[in-house]
Ligand binder design. Structure first.
Ligand SMILES: [Ca+2]
Ligand SMILES: [Ca+2]
Ligand SMILES: [Ca+2]
Length: 187
C-alpha cells in the first residue's frame, strides 16, 4: 500500500511538472471569453523588428506557423496587454516600411483599428520609424529599424485542446497503464 502511494505521489509530481511546463507555452484567447481562439506569446529577447519578424514566421505551435501579432480590435489589444505582454515593450506585426505613412499588417489583414500613443506614429528618427512597438502601457509607437525589443507572436489557430490538457491526459493514461501492469503482475 505504501509503495502504491509512493508511486501515486511521483506520478502526481510528474503531472504537476508537465502542467507547470505547459503554462510556459503560448496563451489562448479563448472563444468563450470573446476571443478568436488564437494563441499568443511574448518572446523575451531583444532583437530588431526585422529579426523578430523572421523569427516569428519560423516559430510554430501545434503545426501552425507564427507571425508577429496583429492587433485588429480593442479587445485583442486588451487581451495582449492583460495576459501576454506583461508590461514589456514589444514588437508587433505592423509596419510602414513599404510605403511611408501607410501602415500594413504582416498578415495582410485590414487595418481598421489602431491604438497609437498621443503624437504617434511620428517617424521621428533620422532614418525614419517604420516598425510597430506595443508599449508597456498598451499604446502603440513607431520605432526605427535599429531599435531592439522583445516581440509578440500570434498563432492563428483555434485548435481547442490546450497542450497542457493533452499532456495531462497522456500522463494520466501512462499512470493508469502502469498501475494495471503492476496489478496484473502481482495477481
Ligand atoms: Ca490578430
Ligand atoms: Ca514610417
Ligand atoms: Ca515614434
Amino acid at each position: 500500500m505504501f509503495s502504491f502511494l509512493k508511486n501515486v505521489k511521483w506520478a502526481l509530481l510528474l503531472v504537476c511538472a508537465v502542467v507547470f511546463q505547459a503554462q510556459a507555452t503560448p496563451i489562448q484567447w479563448k472563444i468563450e471569453n470573446g476571443g478568436n481562439g488564437h494563441w499568443y506569446e511574448l518572446i523575451d529577447s531583444l532583437v530588431t523588428w526585422n529579426e523578430a519578424n523572421t523569427s516569428a514566421n519560423n516559430l510554430s505551435f501545434m503545426s501552425v506557423s507564427g507571425h508577429l501579432a496583429t492587433i485588429t480590435s480593442a479587445e485583442e489589444n486588451a487581451f495582449i496587454f492583460d495576459s501576454v505582454a506583461n508590461g514589456n515593450n514589444a514588437w508587433f506585426g505592423l509596419s510602414d516600411a513599404e510605403t511611408e505613412g501607410t501602415f500594413t499588417w504582416v498578415t495582410g489583414e485590414l487595418l481598421d483599428y489602431t491604438n497609437w500613443f498621443t503624437g504617434e506614429p511620428n517617424n521621428d528618427a533620422i532614418l525614419g520609424e517604420d516598425f510597430g512597438e506595443f508599449k508597456a502601457d498598451g499604446f502603440w509607437n513607431d520605432l526605427p529599424s535599429a531599435a531592439k525589443a522583445s516581440y509578440l507572436v500570434e498563432y492563428s489557430t483555434s485548435v481547442p485542446t490546450p497542450p497542457g490538457i493533452m499532456l495531462l491526459m497522456i500522463a494520466l493514461t501512462c499512470l493508469i497503464l502502469q498501475r494495471k501492469r503492476i496489478i496484473f503482475k502481482t495477481e
